[in-house]
Design a protein around this ligand. Structure first.
Ligand code: WTA
Length: 642
């Protein structure tokens, strides 16, 4: 087919050839238990090796893997490498400013630092099973703290450093976390991010209280410390001993809040053994990781991509992972490429939104750099348009680097659908083939299975080790959100096409989740933020196609009686959403309207709102069931995205 890009010939070291993929995939779906128990023994060190594979049911939902095995993921990511890789670099830190000093840690140093952090946490009173909230910039201390929590059996809940104090407070309360770890400040594109001040603001809110805050000195900026509550990391004695807690494979490892169709973000819970195996296996195969490779995933550790592919995946594989605090366009649009040249990055993993933004600046920022160290390129987070894919492949990768377009979710723990570098030809815009053990299923809206080349709603049938186990504290919500739409199946929320070669093409969310610059957001969250404003009566939020961000945020707002829409109120509401959620949720368009298009039973017809937001109002379909059909003309008249 003309739109297929041939894979490079497999080098002798390749982790997976086409024949191996076919054989391993076949085995993984015919005998999942045998396959994954074997992988579990090969890729992880266990105190007690598991003899049980999957014990799972989707109705009622109960998912376990390796339930008679015990291990510690920090031991697997750090301690076990000391004899063989003690002097190898584990983490490289590249600061925001190219002129600031960077840092790198060998596995031996990593072990020492993780131990120190673990002991500091213990000294603050953190015990096995406690939830610890991290609110960190992209510095090595973020990864260290995740590992330190895992070492002592505490459950980490990382909150993206770009979220507001309000959002942080909500997440601290939701998992009843009694400890927060932060840095004094972060740096992004030369701007400071007031992390500790945000923590203070969050902890001043009603109903939020914690026992201790651990603070890393990163910028040395002015901050306030509360006596008895806040502790500088540097003030804890450095003690090099801290044993790893022996954890059951099903003991919780972390909670990560993510957006869904309804309500507040869900605390997706991952457990230890299955997640560790998923991170290890996907990292090894998807990036064709070879010993000595320098791997750089540009995602923030506040997202699942940062969990699995900045911290756990690379380190469990004894790899070298680069942590970059800055942004792609500071000091100029060549920064990513400078970082790649400086550290001789071999495997690079980023988001389509970054690729599109850099592509817009022209090729010269790329062609003026060397980039010959690159071997495999990856993307994640949203569908990549073929034009951006081509640019990444041709200009960045010089047609020498296979691209892996990895489809997965917070709930899946790691990669689910992707081509493998030397096993599959690529099709720009298609994620490709299912990973080992993954059995995708496309269904129509009534849940009927669709066969062959077709398009439908993407479900996964058999459980896989990296699958989320529950929503923290609300198992019903877990069942409702993922297993009730199509009973007996895990429903991803994504639409998908399967072509005649069995390649999967993700078409985007089919629920009320939008994807803004690779950040997943519930339209309901933005609506809740808007209606908290005293002048707002009702709000409906939809996504619309955006050249750089993938999707933009379009808000329809009705005001309370007596209020008038104005430029001032427009800015005030945008500001208000930033304050409630964070800058990533800033509305792109906001339209004041005297009503929302509802059916006579009161249901908002979002289809109409989406069309108008897309500036595609010629084909609104049937509007006769609206309570007030004349509203549509007024909505079109007032549309903001012209
Ligand atoms: C979308 C990020 C197309 C998808 C790892 C999914 C993608 C949601 C891709 C999960 C991709 C992620 N192609 N769409 N390669 N990767 N998505 O939980 O809609 O932040 O459901 O996990 O991002 O977002 P999340």
């Amino acid at each position: 087919m003309s739109d297929t890009v041939q894979r490079p010939a497999a080098p002798s070291t390749a982790n997976c050839t086409p024949e191996q993929y076919d054989a391993l995939y076949e085995r993984s779906v015919q005998d999942p238990d045998g396959f994954w128990l074997e992988q579990a023994k090969e890729r992880l060190d266990w105190y007690t090796a598991p003899t049980k594979g999957a014990e799972w049911s989707y109705d009622p939902v109960d998912i376990k893997w390796f339930s008679d095995g015990t291990l510690n993921i920090c031991y697997n990511a750090v301690d076990r490498h000391l004899d063989t890789h003690g002097d190898q670099i584990a983490l490289i830190f590249e600061p925001d400013s190219p002129d600031a000093p960077g840092r790198s840690l060998t596995y031996r140093q990593l072990h020492k630092e993780v131990t120190r952090v673990a002991n500091a946490l213990k000294a603050m009173g953190v015990r096995k099973g406690d939830r610890v909230t991290l609110y960190m910039p992209m510095i090595v201390e973020g990864a260290l703290t995740m590992l330190a929590c895992a070492r002592i059996g505490a459950i980490h809940s990382v909150v993206f450093g770009g979220f507001s104090p309000e959002a942080l407070a909500g997440r601290i309360m939701a998992c009843e976390s009694r400890f927060v770890v932060c840095a004094d400040q972060g740096l992004r594109g030369s701007k400071t991010v007031p992390l500790k001040a945000n923590v203070d603001a969050a902890l001043a809110m009603q109903g939020v209280s914690v026992d201790g805050v651990l603070v890393f000195d990163h910028t040395g900026g002015e901050i306030e410390m509360v006596d008895g509550r806040d502790h500088w990391f540097a003030d804890f004695a450095s003690d090099d001993e801290c044993p790893c807690e022996e954890m059951n494979a099903e003991d919780p490892l972390f909670i990560l809040y993510t957006s869904g169709s309804t309500g507040t973000p869900k605390g997706v819970l991952h457990t230890t053994g299955g997640y560790a195996l998923w991170a290890a296996t996907t990292f090894h195969y998807t990036f064709d990781y070879q010993p000595g490779d320098i791997f750089w995933c540009s995602a923030d550790i506040g997202w699942v991509t940062g969990h699995t592919y900045v911290t756990y995946g690379p380190l469990i594989n004894a790899g070298t992972s680069l942590i970059f605090e800055g942004v792609p366009n500071y000091p100029d649009h060549g920064r990513f490429w400078d970082v790649i040249d400086k550290h001789k990055v071999n495997l690079f993993y980023t988001a389509p939104t970054a690729i599109r933004a850099l592509m817009r600046e022209g090729d010269s920022f790329v062609t003026s750099r060397n980039l010959s160290s690159l071997r495999v390129l990856g993307t994640v987070g949203e569908p990549i348009n073929p034009e951006a894919w081509r640019w990444y492949y041709e200009v960045v990768g010089k047609k020498n680097c296979p691209i892996v377009d990895t489809w997965w979710q917070t709930e899946t723990g790691g990669h689910m659908i992707t081509t493998l570098p030397y096993a599959h030809d690529m099709k720009p815009g298609s994620a490709g083939k299912p990973f080992f053990g993954i059995q995708p299923l496309l269904v129509d809206n009534d849940g009927n299975t669709l066969e062959g080349a077709t398009e439908g709603n993407l479900c996964i049938t058999h459980s896989w080790p990296g699958q989320a186990r529950t929503v923290y504290g609300d198992h019903d919500r877990f069942e409702q959100a993922y297993f009730s739409t199509y009973p007996g199946r895990y429903f991803t929320g994504d639409g998908c096409r399967r072509d005649e070669d069995g390649y999967y093409w993700i078409t985007g969310r089919v629920d009320d989740v939008i994807n803004v610059s690779g950040h997943r957001m519930g339209t309901a969250e933005v609506e809740s933020a808007l209606v908290l404003h005293p002048k707002v009566a009702e709000a409906a939020v939809v996504g619309y196609p955006h050249d750089i961000k993938g999707q933009g945020i379009y808000c329809y707002v009705t005001l309370n009686a007596g209020e008038e829409g104005s430029d001032e109120l427009y800015s005030e509401l945008r500001q208000h959403v930033r304050k409630e959620i964070g800058p990533i949720a800033t509305p792109d368009h906001l339209q004041f309207t005297d009503g929302l298009p509802k059916t006579r039973s009161g249901k908002i017809m979002r289809r109409i709102l989406r069309k108008i937001a897309e500036n595609d109002y010629g084909s609104l379909g049937d509007t006769s069931t609206l309570a007030d059909p004349s509203l549509v003309d007024r909505l079109i008249e007032g549309r903001q995205n012209r």
